[in-house]
Ligand binder design. Structure first.
Ligand code: FMN
Length: 146
Protein backbone atom coordinates (compact mmCIF):
# COMPACT_ATOMS: atom_id res chain seq x y z
CA UNK A 1 0.00 0.00 0.00
CA UNK A 2 0.98 3.63 -0.32
CA UNK A 3 3.26 5.29 2.24
CA UNK A 4 1.98 8.58 3.61
CA UNK A 5 3.86 11.30 5.48
CA UNK A 6 1.98 14.05 7.27
CA UNK A 7 4.25 17.04 7.93
CA UNK A 8 2.84 19.98 9.84
CA UNK A 9 3.54 23.10 11.84
CA UNK A 10 1.45 24.35 14.72
CA UNK A 11 1.89 26.94 17.47
CA UNK A 12 -1.34 26.83 19.47
CA UNK A 13 -2.31 23.23 18.59
CA UNK A 14 -5.14 23.64 16.05
CA UNK A 15 -3.20 22.39 13.05
CA UNK A 16 -1.69 19.65 15.20
CA UNK A 17 -5.18 18.41 16.10
CA UNK A 18 -6.16 18.46 12.44
CA UNK A 19 -2.99 16.55 11.50
CA UNK A 20 -3.82 13.92 14.10
CA UNK A 21 -7.39 13.65 12.79
CA UNK A 22 -6.05 13.09 9.28
CA UNK A 23 -3.56 10.51 10.53
CA UNK A 24 -6.35 8.59 12.27
CA UNK A 25 -8.45 8.63 9.08
CA UNK A 26 -5.47 7.37 7.07
CA UNK A 27 -4.63 4.59 9.53
CA UNK A 28 -8.33 3.57 9.69
CA UNK A 29 -8.31 3.28 5.89
CA UNK A 30 -5.22 1.06 6.04
CA UNK A 31 -2.49 3.43 4.90
CA UNK A 32 1.00 3.30 6.39
CA UNK A 33 1.16 6.80 7.79
CA UNK A 34 3.79 8.73 9.71
CA UNK A 35 3.21 12.06 11.41
CA UNK A 36 6.00 14.63 11.73
CA UNK A 37 6.31 18.09 13.14
CA UNK A 38 8.23 20.12 10.56
CA UNK A 39 11.22 20.33 12.92
CA UNK A 40 11.43 16.51 13.02
CA UNK A 41 11.16 15.96 9.29
CA UNK A 42 14.23 15.51 7.14
CA UNK A 43 13.51 17.09 3.75
CA UNK A 44 15.38 14.33 1.91
CA UNK A 45 12.76 11.89 3.24
CA UNK A 46 10.18 13.41 0.88
CA UNK A 47 11.40 10.86 -1.66
CA UNK A 48 10.55 7.95 0.69
CA UNK A 49 6.83 8.69 0.59
CA UNK A 50 4.20 8.21 -2.11
CA UNK A 51 2.04 10.93 -0.62
CA UNK A 52 3.13 13.96 1.39
CA UNK A 53 0.37 15.79 3.25
CA UNK A 54 1.39 19.26 4.38
CA UNK A 55 -0.30 21.00 7.30
CA UNK A 56 0.13 24.69 8.02
CA UNK A 57 -1.42 27.51 10.00
CA UNK A 58 -1.35 31.04 8.52
CA UNK A 59 0.25 34.11 9.96
CA UNK A 60 1.05 37.70 8.99
CA UNK A 61 -1.26 38.68 6.14
CA UNK A 62 -2.09 35.29 4.70
CA UNK A 63 1.48 34.10 4.89
CA UNK A 64 3.30 30.78 5.20
CA UNK A 65 5.02 30.46 8.59
CA UNK A 66 8.79 30.85 8.53
CA UNK A 67 9.47 27.24 9.61
CA UNK A 68 7.54 25.94 6.57
CA UNK A 69 9.57 27.85 3.97
CA UNK A 70 12.29 25.22 3.54
CA UNK A 71 9.69 22.49 2.89
CA UNK A 72 7.93 24.74 0.37
CA UNK A 73 11.22 25.42 -1.42
CA UNK A 74 12.30 21.76 -1.35
CA UNK A 75 9.07 20.55 -2.98
CA UNK A 76 9.16 23.37 -5.50
CA UNK A 77 12.78 22.63 -6.40
CA UNK A 78 12.26 18.87 -6.68
CA UNK A 79 9.38 19.45 -9.09
CA UNK A 80 8.40 15.77 -9.05
CA UNK A 81 5.21 15.37 -11.04
CA UNK A 82 4.94 11.77 -9.78
CA UNK A 83 4.81 13.00 -6.17
CA UNK A 84 1.28 13.04 -4.75
CA UNK A 85 0.48 15.78 -2.29
CA UNK A 86 -2.27 17.31 -0.21
CA UNK A 87 -2.34 20.48 1.85
CA UNK A 88 -4.46 21.30 4.87
CA UNK A 89 -4.53 23.94 7.55
CA UNK A 90 -6.35 25.95 10.11
CA UNK A 91 -6.95 29.67 10.04
CA UNK A 92 -9.15 32.41 11.36
CA UNK A 93 -11.73 33.89 8.98
CA UNK A 94 -11.40 37.18 10.89
CA UNK A 95 -8.37 37.75 8.64
CA UNK A 96 -8.68 38.92 5.03
CA UNK A 97 -6.87 35.86 3.59
CA UNK A 98 -8.43 32.90 5.35
CA UNK A 99 -5.87 30.07 5.39
CA UNK A 100 -3.70 32.04 2.97
CA UNK A 101 -0.78 29.69 3.63
CA UNK A 102 -2.88 26.75 2.41
CA UNK A 103 -3.68 28.70 -0.77
CA UNK A 104 -0.01 29.50 -1.34
CA UNK A 105 1.06 25.88 -0.90
CA UNK A 106 -1.87 24.75 -3.06
CA UNK A 107 -0.87 26.95 -6.00
CA UNK A 108 2.72 25.65 -5.92
CA UNK A 109 1.78 22.01 -5.34
CA UNK A 110 -0.71 22.12 -8.20
CA UNK A 111 2.04 23.15 -10.61
CA UNK A 112 4.93 21.06 -9.24
CA UNK A 113 3.22 17.85 -8.01
CA UNK A 114 0.00 15.90 -8.31
CA UNK A 115 -2.16 17.76 -5.83
CA UNK A 116 -4.87 15.39 -4.63
CA UNK A 117 -6.75 17.43 -2.04
CA UNK A 118 -6.90 20.54 0.10
CA UNK A 119 -8.66 21.13 3.42
CA UNK A 120 -9.20 24.31 5.43
CA UNK A 121 -10.60 24.40 8.95
CA UNK A 122 -11.72 27.34 11.10
CA UNK A 123 -9.49 27.40 14.21
CA UNK A 124 -9.99 24.28 16.36
CA UNK A 125 -11.16 21.17 14.46
CA UNK A 126 -14.67 20.05 15.45
CA UNK A 127 -16.38 16.68 15.37
CA UNK A 128 -17.81 17.32 11.87
CA UNK A 129 -14.29 17.81 10.55
CA UNK A 130 -13.64 14.08 11.11
CA UNK A 131 -15.79 13.42 8.03
CA UNK A 132 -13.86 15.97 5.98
CA UNK A 133 -10.59 14.28 6.98
CA UNK A 134 -12.00 10.89 5.97
CA UNK A 135 -13.06 12.39 2.64
CA UNK A 136 -9.55 13.72 2.04
CA UNK A 137 -8.09 10.24 2.58
CA UNK A 138 -10.78 8.72 0.34
CA UNK A 139 -9.58 10.98 -2.48
CA UNK A 140 -6.13 9.40 -2.13
CA UNK A 141 -7.66 5.91 -2.17
CA UNK A 142 -9.69 6.76 -5.30
CA UNK A 143 -6.63 8.05 -7.08
CA UNK A 144 -4.70 4.91 -6.10
CA UNK A 145 -7.40 2.77 -7.74
CA UNK A 146 -7.40 4.69 -11.03
N1 FMN B 1 -5.42 33.09 9.95
C1 FMN B 1 -5.76 33.24 8.64
O1 FMN B 1 -6.61 32.51 8.14
N2 FMN B 1 -5.19 34.22 7.88
C2 FMN B 1 -4.25 35.07 8.37
O2 FMN B 1 -3.78 35.95 7.63
C3 FMN B 1 -3.87 34.94 9.73
N3 FMN B 1 -2.95 35.76 10.27
C4 FMN B 1 -2.60 35.60 11.59
C5 FMN B 1 -1.65 36.47 12.17
C6 FMN B 1 -1.28 36.33 13.49
C7 FMN B 1 -0.27 37.29 14.06
C8 FMN B 1 -1.86 35.32 14.29
C9 FMN B 1 -1.47 35.14 15.73
C10 FMN B 1 -2.80 34.46 13.74
C11 FMN B 1 -3.19 34.59 12.39
N4 FMN B 1 -4.13 33.74 11.81
C12 FMN B 1 -4.49 33.90 10.50
C13 FMN B 1 -4.82 32.71 12.62
C14 FMN B 1 -4.07 31.39 12.78
O3 FMN B 1 -3.65 30.88 11.53
C15 FMN B 1 -5.01 30.39 13.46
O4 FMN B 1 -5.21 30.80 14.78
C16 FMN B 1 -4.48 28.96 13.41
O5 FMN B 1 -5.54 28.08 13.77
C17 FMN B 1 -3.31 28.73 14.34
O6 FMN B 1 -2.88 27.41 14.15
P1 FMN B 1 -2.12 26.57 15.26
O7 FMN B 1 -3.06 26.43 16.46
O8 FMN B 1 -1.86 25.27 14.62
O9 FMN B 1 -0.88 27.31 15.62
Amino acid sequence: SLRLAIVYSSVTGNTEQLAEMIQKAALDQGFRTELYRIEEFSLAAILDYDVVLIGTYTWGSGEIPEEMHSLYQAVEKLGRKEQWTAVFGTGDSFFAEFCGAVDRFRDMLYVKTQLVATLKVELTPQQNDVLRCEKLIELIREKEMQ
